[in-house]
Design a protein around this ligand. Structure first.
Ligand code: P6P
Length: 339
């Protein structure tokens, strides 16, 4: 071995969660076991995404397998993998998935104490183009005596115990945060098959001249949104115009915004009055990541995103999330319109 220092004190996600558990004497280890199953889901989804083009999973291959079914699309495979990983944990009672109309209850585990909401492969429409997609997840702990019905998930994001996402890009990047905790980034080392802590205590810059929004919707935007975006493009106080960065895959736009700063927005508008992105498994989990990294996240009424309560499990919301000062600018434009 050469003279370079070998880091033998590697912090894997498994070790990280185990050390976290040790800090809470009342912990039973259930969350640790749930995290093992979560990371298995990410590893297996990462495997199929990496091979998608090779084994023609990027669309309905048209070729039937032995049982005559159409070959599944990746988002169906991602969903199946996630469901079986959560069931296999034995620690999940309820699961909401973007791919499932109804909530899934694991009746074989009536005493399991966690409820999970997820988008197994968010942005999957971009897959064929090789754009980074991801899994977004939210974890709630069921109240004592909870019945284990979907009402147990119709809560504000402030009640999540953890949330995060895994982006399947050049490597699989997992970003996870616990309630009131730090945001930590892990990179999948496929040679170990382990998520390694590579981005401890991620903090989003307080400001950054980058905005990320689909301007193809500007015809439908409300006035304050139009004025806010124009103020970035045509600065009046002599500043430089902002850079526009929009990938169209939420986890990719979110990861860049978290690392570089700036703001990501998907406003509710005249075309989508309730917004496009889903509260339970897109807006709320991302909002907790951004708040715990020192940023802000609000809905189209400028309410704190984590205080928004969905009425139905697939409810949507507008969202503005990113650097504190950038989100504050949007709030200021909306305040001017309220007077
Ligand atoms: P648009 C992908 O389809 C997605 O759900 C998010 O990942 C992404 O942020 C958004 O929709 C992109 O939507 O309307 O800009 O294509």
């Amino acid at each position: 071995v050469g003279s370079e220092a070998i880091n033998t004190d590697i912090i894997t996600l498994t070790r990280f969660v185990t050390e976290e558990q040790a800090k809470h004497k009342e912990a039973t280890g259930d969350f640790t076991i749930l995290c093992h199953s979560l990371q298995f889901a990410f590893k297996s989804i990462a495997y199929y995404i990496r091979r998608a083009t090779l084994i023609n999973l990027t669309g309905l291959a048209g070729s039937a397998n032995t049982t005559g079914d159409d070959q599944k699309k990746l988002d169906v495979i991602g969903n199946d993998l996630f469901i079986s990983a959560m069931k296999g944990s034995g620690r999940v009672r309820l699961l909401v998935s973007e791919e499932e109309e109804e909530v899934i209850t694991f009746d074989q585990y009536p005493h399991a104490r966690y409820a999970v909401a997820c988008d197994p492969i968010d942005g999957s429409s971009n897959l064929d183009a090789g754009v980074s997609v991801g899994t977004i997840f939210a974890i709630y702990k069921l109240a004592e005596g909870a019945k284990g019905t979907k009402e147990d998930l119709l809560k504000p994001g402030t009640e999540m115990v953890a949330s995060g996402f895994t982006m399947y890009g050049a490597s699989a990047q997992l970003v996870i945060t616990m309630k009131g905790g730090a945001v930590n980034g892990f990179t999948l080392d496929t040679s170990f098959g382990e998520f390694i802590l590579t981005h401890p205590n991620m903090r989003i810059p307080k400001k950054r001249a980058i905005y990320s929004v689909n301007e193809g919707n500007s015809l439908y935007w409300e006035e304050p949104v139009k004025e806010w975006v124009n103020s970035l493009k045509y600065p009046t106080e002599g500043g430089k115009p902002y850079s526009a960065r929009y990938i169209g895959s939420m986890v990719a736009d979110a990861y860049r915004t978290l690392l570089y700063g700036g703001i990501f927005a998907y406003p509710a508008d005249k075309k989508s009055p309730k917004g496009k992105l889903r509260i339970l498994y897109e807006c709320a989990p991302m909002a907790m990541v951004f708040e715990n990294a020192g940023g802000l996240a609000v809905d189209s009424n400028m309410r704190r995103m984590l205080e928004v309560v969905p009425e139905h499990i697939h409810d949507r919301s507008g969202i503005f999330m990113g650097s504190e000062q950038e989100v504050q600018k949007v709030i200021d434009f909306h305040k001017r319109h309220q007077k």
